[in-house]
Design a protein around this ligand. Structure first.
Ligand code: AMP
Length: 617
């Protein structure tokens, strides 16, 4: 087939590549009104934007369907990351192969002297990252005096990454007659300023929302208890069993932790973050490409520019900082017309924030619970049945072995062993704390009246150590699905205490109170500070603060909740202390918590006085 408005050599290249139609951004840059003009294009990643600027450059570059001989470059493409630059270079290589283009790629982490040699041998197209291109320019290896077209790819990313100076220096070294194509997922003010300075009468093109890349991603928001995040990741990976999945964390520390934990569970996972060398990065990407690894745990920056055609699942393990980051991360899947799923893991306290982010970005997400271990096992069975029932041609040797097995065992035994052997290859799913078989309301929250509270004393025996205790407050309550089953592990993790060192947990509508023996209260408070961010919260939005007055609301009575409390207290004692012990509601008002000495009120150190902070977040 031929593509309208394109030079035959480019049209042939697209046909040979198997493309059947242009994507919206490719059509728009090829229209007559765009010819020869500067373009300011907002297009999502995955929209076919690389081929789009490849096509747009055609008019400047081709002479009778061929690339002219050139002693210095005619086209320059600047991209934010090494991977993106290499990917651009690969795409332009097949697009311009028949036209006889010579392309040099100049990126950080590669041998600069080789690049200098390539530049010296006469190339028509140069693709590179800002820092490396600037180096070549300053050393005189890159001559931009004959440049006809300059392309800035993912310009917003480049400005975000602090490349403004490099970009300006490079563009200032090009002829004023050049054509400038600016591609950016978003057009915030700094991009508008850049466009004003370096473009003339630019045609504004926006295909955001029309691109297949965007439309082919199904968004899911999975609500979980903060302590269940990792379990939810495990179950999602197991349920989807994606050929390639990418998991996003906010910090390199969290990438390291999650990666280690997944590898330990038996997932074939690699990690990408700022702490990895170029060699480690290459090795990780290669493992994903040749399918030795199926899962990639990454930070936003480290994952930029990565194009893995088999990537069908993106999991936002930690909530992206804004809607743009959400779209950037999600855009790693749903590429080239394929379907992808982007799952946002939403700890209960963050529900509203994510809801707002999705609405702001006009993304319709399906809200749901995390898959349970039972869901995963059911899907496993379906997959196993399908796999084992697929007809296969057997080797004679295998048939002989099968006959020997049949002579020794029943068919049922052999089939069961086969199933067991297959299952053993898969990491086991996780039992999540908070999506047991209880009823749920329409928003996916456990039904009211089904939760229990942790009593002050468990099991009828007075627990020692809580006669003199100190109260703390959590900024989450029933409205955020607060539940001792996930609060307990969270408190242990944040405060570096064991669950036996936590007394009562009292859940109010919007806050939760709990008490800690006075003897360890300072140590607990210190650990809480160290495990919090600047806002005093952890990653899931939970803040812990001293509450010297203790709770002011009465304890809820359990109405037949599900399961026993984690401290083993029988259900009959739920929500109240046994033996007619003072409940919180009956607590004498005034200083000191229940059991606290009224005159000896705990004076916590203000949380503002920070001890040494946790290392890099
Ligand atoms: P990009 O937005 O440039 O990252 O491209 C995303 C993917 O879409 C790349 O793998 C391209 O090779 C592929 N692609 C680009 N244009 C088309 C098209 N017209 N038809 C099918 N696939 C395409």
């Amino acid at each position: 087939m031929t593509f309208e408005n394109l030079s035959p050599v480019l049209s042939d290249a697209l046909t040979a590549r198997g493309y059947e139609a242009l994507t919206p951004v490719q059509s728009q840059v090829s229209e007559d009104q765009a010819k020869g003009r500067d373009l300011l294009v907002s297009a999502q990643t995955g929209s076919g934007k690389t081929v789009a600027f490849g096509l747009a450059m055609g008019d400047e570059l081709l002479e009778d369907g061929r690339m002219p001989f050139a002693t210095s470059p005619l086209a320059l493409i600047i991209a934010p990351t090494r991977e993106l630059a290499l990917q651009v270079s690969r795409e332009l290589s097949w697009l311009y192969a028949k036209a006889g283009a010579r392309i040099a790629t100049c990126v950080g982490g590669m041998d600069a002297s080789k690049e200098r040699r390539a530049l010296g041998q006469g190339v028509q197209i140069v693709v590179g990252t800002p820092g490396r291109l600037r180096d070549h320019l300053e050393r005189g290896a890159l001559d931009l005096s004959a440049l006809r077209v300059a392309v800035l790819d993912e310009a917003d990313e480049m400005l975000d990454m602090g490349f403004r100076d490099d970009l300006e220096e490079i563009l200032d070294g090009t002829p004023a007659t050049r054509r400038t194509l600016l591609f950016s997922a978003t057009i915030p003010n700094p991009i508008v300023q850049l466009a004003k300075r370096y473009q003339k009468d630019a045609l504004r093109i926006s295909t955001v929302g029309q691109d297949r890349g965007h439309g082919d991603i199904a968004y899911q928001a999975v609500t979980v208890a903060p302590a269940d995040i990792e379990g939810a990741v495990v179950n999602l990976l197991r349920l989807h069993d994606a050929e390639t999945a990418m998991l996003f964390c906010a910090t390199r520390d969290n990438v390291r932790r999650l990666h280690a934990s997944l590898v330990e569970r038996g997932f074939a996972a690699v990690a990408l973050s700022g702490e990895h060398s170029q060699n480690e990065r290459n090795a990780a990407l290669q493992a994903l490409r040749d399918r030795r690894a199926k899962v990639c745990v990454a930070t936003d920056v480290a994952a930029r520019g990565i194009d893995l055609p088999t990537l069908s699942l993106v999991v936002h393990v930690e909530i992206p900082r804004d809607a743009e980051a959400l779209q950037h991360r999600s855009g790693r899947t749903g590429r080239a017309g394929k379907k992808g799923t982007a799952v946002i893991i939403v700890p209960y306290p963050r529900r509203r924030r994510v809801d707002g982010m999705l609405r702001g970005a006009r993304i319709e997400a399906e809200w749901m619970d995390a898959p349970t271990a039972a869901d995963v096992r059911k899907r496993d069975q379906e997959r196993l049945m399908e796999k084992l029932l697929t007809p296969v041609e057997h080797e004679a040797e295998d048939i002989e072995l099968a006959q020997r097995l049949m002579a020794e065992r029943t068919a049922e035994d052999i089939a069961a062993s086969l199933v067991q052997a297959h299952r053993a290859l898969m990491p086991p799913p996780e039992d999540l704390i908070d999506n047991g078989p209880r009823g749920r309301d329409t928003a996916g929250r456990p039904e009211r009246g089904e939760r229990f509270e942790r009593p002050e004393r468990g099991g009828g025996d007075q627990r020692e150590g809580f006669e003199d205790s100190v109260w703390f407050r959590l900024n989450i309550g029933r409205h955020q699905n607060a539940d001792p089953r996930w609060i307990l592990p969270l408190l242990c993790r944040r405060g570096h205490v064991s669950k036996n060192e936590i007394g009562a947990i009292r859940i109010g509508p919007k806050e939760t109170m709990f008490n800690i023996p006075r003897a360890i209260a300072d140590r607990f408070a210190e650990a809480v500070i160290r495990s919090a961010n600047e806002d005093g919260e952890d990653e899931s939005g939970v803040a812990i603060t001293p509450a010297p007055d203790g709770p002011t609301y009465p304890p809820r009575r359990d109405k037949g909740g599900h399961g026993a409390p984690r401290d083993g207290a029988p259900r009959s004692t739920l929500g109240r202390a046994p033996g007619g012990d003072r409940g919180f509601g009956d607590r004498p008002r005034g200083p000191g918590g229940p059991g606290g000495k009224p005159t000896d009120r705990y004076k916590p150190k203000p949380f503002g006085q920070r001890s040494p902070r946790r290392p890099s977040k």
